[in-house]
Design a protein. Structure first.
Lengths: 295, 234
């Protein structure tokens, strides 16, 4: 392997890793607050792709306005799911809300099949993102190059929100102790909504970056990336945002290098073997904390 | 100022409160004593709307707050320091204190109150930047009280503030309660340490399995035969 191809692979790996990281943050944040693995998160990511097709192909809206529309509608979808499928189960056993999440996942997949058919639809091309950049001998598309930058910037902004703002402090309080947070006058539902808004915003962003260099979208397109991002979140220590980002990058890089080595068909195997290994040997992940069951 | 009438609560499949009526008058320290499971904590949680009331009413400052949201009850100045301190362990001492003023927007006044509570608990000033989980039990209790004071309570309800603390620290805590009361805050105190509680209380209620069985001034209860036998270990 020459240096140039090595660099090329590194860039590709970091780029897909960045997208995984963006989605993994959504998993980890919702878990941090609600102790819920939001299995529908990957399908929300898929729906965001269809929203983009709608806006740009069916309504011929320019891409930058479409992007805003996609973000807003993805957030609305997330809030709707929270209000109808999760919020009524707030005081039920944890398992009920988990099953509800799986149900929402199937619902979205089948809804997409019903509405848009199972045939792959072409993802609209965003000209600015598809341009080719050349650094010396390495050439890459703009989207590959900016994805990790966007991821890191998003991570830094998010950490600042959580560390410095009032709502961030409320989020940290709620993630530890619902009841006492309520006694501070914190509105739990507001905090949960904000969590879903952030998660869905990042999923919408990730969706645009993920599908732009790929040819098509189909109703199950969110399923496998969603699972991989879930593994990234578990690997980093579910509940930890930096952990999720690190996990995302790691999975993206290793997947790319396994493919580069000629074992494409094993790249997903690796991801799930990683999941099993983490759960067996270090269930709390890299940065996860040992949580006693919340009472 | 706080008037509870015939409060009933079903909680976890049991009839936890079977009609509680009590009054907290202005300027007073009121204590609620009783054995484990008598429904003391349930009473306070029900007042805060943390658990659902089956029937009865809670009137505070002439306003019916029976069905208000916890947030609005906190805003109106009724604040609960929960049992077991329940500080947020990962947040710093300073952040815990700041959370106590979550519903308030008056920045200048918040800064003043913050100064006041740090004077009241100098130990917390020294440990401002530490995560609250690293404090000792007594310090965590002080933090829990400081946090509650940041909400500018008109009525402070304290659930077992002396639980699990060394006798010397218990004395400190009770002195602080008196001091807070002198500063114009009404206090509703729940205690297993009945003697210490009754000694500083103007009025007390004794609860048994979801009902109030005896009530009277602190002094009356301290000499009441039944109370002495059952709760003062004499």
């Amino acid at each position: 392997m020459t240096t140039t191809t090595l660099l090329q692979y590194c860039l590709a790996g970091i780029s897909i890793g960045g997208i995984y990281a963006l989605i993994a943050i959504g998993y980890t944040m919702v878990y941090g607050i609600l102790r819920l693995i939001n299995f529908a998160h990957g399908d929300i990511f898929m729906m965001a792709a269809y929203f983009m097709i709608f806006a740009m192909v069916d309504f011929l809206i320019p891409w930058y306005i479409s992007a805003v529309i996609v973000i807003i509608s993805t957030i609305l979808l997330g809030i709707l799911i929270e209000k109808f499928a999760y919020s009524p189960l707030r005081s039920s056993p944890r398992m009920s809300i988990m099953i509800s999440a799986i149900g929402v996942s199937f619902l979205l997949q089948n809804l997409a099949t019903y509405l848009f058919s199972a045939l792959p639809k072409q993802y609209p091309s965003i000209p600015l993102l598809n341009k080719t950049l050349t650094f010396g001998e390495v050439s890459t598309s703009v989207v590959t190059f900016i994805t990790p930058i966007i991821t890191i910037v998003a991570l830094l902004i998010l950490m600042a929100i959580i560390k410095k703002t009032k709502i961030g402090m409320a989020m940290r309080a709620v993630s530890k102790d619902f009841e006492t947070a309520k006694l501070m006058g914190i509105e739990i539902n507001t905090v949960i909504s904000v969590t879903f808004i952030i998660g869905c915003f990042l999923a919408a962003l990730g969706s645009m970056l993920y599908f732009t260099p790929r040819p098509s979208v189909f109703p199950l397109a969110g399923s496998l990336p969603g699972l991989k991002c879930f593994v990234a979140a578990v690997f980093g220590g579910i509940g930890s945002i930096p952990g999720a980002v690190l996990g995302g990058f790691l999975i993206g890089l290793s997947e790319t290098f396994i493919k580069a080595a000629g074992y494409s068909e094993f790249s997903d195997v690796f991801t799930f073997v990683l999941l099993i290994a983490v759960l067996m040997f270090k269930p709390t992940g890299l940065f996860g904390e040992n949580l006693a069951e919340k009472v | 100022m706080l008037e509870i009438k015939d409060l009933q609560v079903h909680y976890g499949g049991i009839h936890a409160l079977r009609g509680i009526s009590l009054n907290v008058e202005d300027g007073k320290i009121i204590s609620l004593i009783g054995a484990n499971g008598a429904g003391k904590s349930t009473t306070l949680k029900a007042i805060m709307s943390l658990i659902q009331k089956t029937s009865g009413s809670v009137v505070y400052d002439g306003k019916d707050i029976t069905n208000e949201k916890t947030k609005d009850i906190v805003k109106s100045g009724v604040i609960l320091t929960p049992e077991g301190r329940r500080v947020f362990p990962d947040l710093t001492v300073d952040e815990n204190i700041a959370l106590g003023a979550y519903t308030r927007k008056d920045k200048v006044e918040i800064a003043k109150d913050r100064k006041w509570v740090l004077e009241l608990f100098p130990r917390l000033e020294e440990r401002k930047w530490q995560p609250a989980g690293t404090l000792s039990g007594g310090e965590q209790q002080m933090l829990a009280v400081a946090r509650s004071l940041m909400g500018r309570p008109k009525l402070l309800m304290m659930d077992e503030p002396s639980l699990g603390l060394a006798p010397l620290i218990v004395k400190d805590i009770f002195n602080i309660v008196k001091e807070i009361n002198k500063a114009g805050v009404n206090v509703l105190l729940i205690e297993q340490n009945a003697k210490a509680a009754l000694e500083i209380s103007d009025y007390g209620y004794v609860m048994e399995t979801g009902v109030v069985t005896i009530s009277g001034t602190g002094k009356e209860l301290l000499v009441n035969d039944q109370v002495r036998k059952a709760y003062l270990g004499e």
